[in-house]
Design a protein. Structure first.
Length: 233
């Protein structure tokens, strides 16, 4: 059930124990009951598992929220933004760390989510990053060339200056791969501190004017466009 994107593993266990799930016409109350996916008919609350409507949405994640269903330290999570929406359980598609903000996808469509997060097929991600320095062109080129950090080679697909002030600047950084805290670690490799990090685009999908903490459904064209592999020249 969780692999099909209907609910989390803990929710699935509760539903099964409550007698809401049938396998081949028989109520099953054991969460460890073995099945072969695709060969057995699973019904939840009278509805076939395969008939669950697929939902795809985007959220403008505020800074300070954890991208997790629950947090063992009691911190607020991104699900706070979905409270009262009446939506079924949705999983984050990719992540943004607590200090980062911007475009975050959610869905109960695991096949679609796998394409989005796959390093080979997934779309590029675009970030606007405020840094604590005034970068020169040589530094921007070095971000694209890359740097080794903790045994990994980290690089940006592209990096350009958006605007600068007296002491700091905003960069646009595009990534064609997704690694844990990649931008922060990449910039730290050049002794650059991150003041703000906002994801503004995933493939052709733009954050646009969506307000902080607000969300909206993706239309069919947006859903399809995100699964078209990017072309890198």
């Amino acid at each position: 059930m969780s692999k099909q994107g209907l609910c989390s593993r803990s929710e699935a266990a509760r539903w099964i124990q409550a007698g809401r799930v049938e396998v081949d016409g028989r109520v099953v109350r054991d969460p460890e009951f073995p099945i072969v996916q695709g060969r057995q008919r699973i019904v939840v609350d009278g509805r076939d598992l395969d008939q669950a409507p697929r939902i795809h949405l985007m959220l403008n994640k505020p800074r300070g929220l954890v991208t997790s269903t629950q947090d063992e330290r009691g911190r607020d999570t991104v699900y706070r933004c979905l409270d009262g929406s009446g939506l079924p359980w949705l999983a984050p598609v990719g992540r943004l760390d607590k200090a980062s903000e911007g475009l975050l996808l959610f869905s109960n469509d695991p096949a679609w989510a796998a394409l989005i997060t796959d390093p080979q097929t997934g779309p590029d991600k675009t970030y606007h990053v405020q840094v604590d320095t005034l970068p020169e062109q040589a530094l921007l080129a070095a971000l694209v060339a890359g740097v080794e950090a903790e045994g990994e080679w980290l690089r940006a697909s592209s990096a350009r200056l958006l605007r600068s002030g007296e002491r700091n600047a905003w960069l646009e950084i595009v990534l064609d791969e997704g690694r844990n805290r990649q931008i922060r670690r990449l910039l730290d490799g050049f002794d650059i501190g991150v003041l703000r990090l906002v994801r503004v685009g995933i493939g052709s999908l733009q954050l646009g004017e969506l307000g902080k903490g607000q969300w909206r459904h993706l239309n069919d064209a947006e859903v399809g466009a995100l699964t078209v592999p990017p072309v890198h020249l």
